[in-house]
Design a protein around this ligand. Structure first.
Ligand code: AVJ
Length: 328
């Protein structure tokens, strides 16, 4: 299936297997340190489990960011100004997006996502909440430059990328994405981006290993998905969830740890793991004020404003498109 921009969205083989999923899993399980790209965590079950994570007491980022968006509306309006086309990267949250749109008098709302179903649902929901607001959903892979709808061509843009999703990327990929956003949004653009902050590692590790075990389920669901969709027989009961702080990279890592020596098959290939060996399933980078700014600057965005929640756990940063000019 290809969308209006000619992008391959899901490419299934004769047996209905997602080729990209299989290729990523087979390549990732073949490595010395096994690793699978985190985006495969989010099938229907995984997306529901992530929703559940946002409600466990230990997982503070969603509540902290929502608090900022709720309480700083007037300051956002002042710093951002009216009449911008708000371009949201990802299908949009029914909670956070309305808070922003309510605060700033936008000219239009343009949600971007590769998943068409979520996108259309989010767009319909927003249209209902903001009757006068032009809404133009675009089905696209926003890791590349996206051609925005003609209707918003003359409006200055505000990119919106909440959730600290940027933290799921290693710095190189994060900078590539910020540069693509800069290309998509143009010279006069601003960007409002959520970035989770470095803090006590106990707090971080608990946020990614809640007592109710919801994050563990979310992590192990990836192994179940592999079994389901790729004809695998990974003995999921012989794995446990682990969330560990990596101080060198300033990130929480999720791993699925084998509790015993195991052997299993995926898509006709055999893999073996020794007890204690792991499959690395997600990174969630955390930032200081300086490291956040450096990442943005590397992506051609100049930070101009910064807000945190009352407990100083999470930041929302406003940046302006950096203008290319001669520099020493
Ligand atoms: C929504 C991807 C930003 O990294 O905090 C939550 C995902 N993983 N618990 C995050 C997640 C485990 C979340 N992001």
């Amino acid at each position: 299936m290809a969308n209006s921009q000619g992008i391959q969205l899901v490419d299934l083989d004769e047996q209905g297997i997602d080729r990209a999923f299989r290729a990523d899993v087979l390549a990732g399980l073949g490595q010395e340190q096994k690793a699978i790209p985190a985006r495969w965590l989010y099938d229907d079950a995984g997306s529901q489990l992530f929703e559940d994570i946002t409600k466990v007491p230990e997982y503070y980022p969603t509540r902290a960011e929502t608090e900022i968006l709720e309480s700083r509306g007037e300051e956002f309006a002042e710093a951002i100004g009216p009449g911008r086309a708000v371009v949201e990267f990802g299908s949009g949250s029914s909670v956070k997006t309305p808070l922003l749109l309510k605060a700033i008098e936008p000219g239009a709302y343009v949600p971007l996502d590769i998943a068409g179903d979520f996108l259309r649902a989010a767009a319909a929901d927003l249209s209902a909440k903001f009757p006068g607001l032009p809404v133009h959903p675009v089905e696209a892979d926003f890791t590349k430059k996206v051609e925005l709808p003609a209707e918003v061509a003359d409006m200055p843009k505000l990119g919106f990328f909440p959730g600290s999703t940027i933290g799921n990327m290693v710095p190189r990929t994060a900078v590539d994405l910020l540069r693509s956003m800069r290309e998509t949004l143009g010279d006069k653009a601003k960007l409002l981006i959520g970035m989770d902050l470095i803090k006590d590692r106990k707090v971080l590790e608990a946020a990614y290993d809640d007592a109710a075990g919801v994050t563990a389920e979310f992590n192990l669901n990836l192994l179940r998905r592999i079994n389901r969709e790729l004809g695998g027989n990974i003995p999921v009961e012989k794995f446990h969830h682990d969330a560990r702080w990596n101080d060198t990279f300033a990130r929480i890592e999720m791993h699925a740890v084998a509790d015993a020596d195991v052997e299993f098959e995926v898509a006709g290939r055999t893999f073996a793991m020794q007890a204690g060996e792991t499959i690395h399933t997600e990174n969630s980078h955390k930032f200081g004020k300086r490291s956040a700014n450096t990442l943005l600057l590397g992506g051609h965005w100049t930070p101009v404003g910064r807000w945190t929640d009352a407990e100083g756990r999470f930041s929302v940063i406003l940046a302006e498109a950096t203008i290319k000019r001669a520099a020493p």
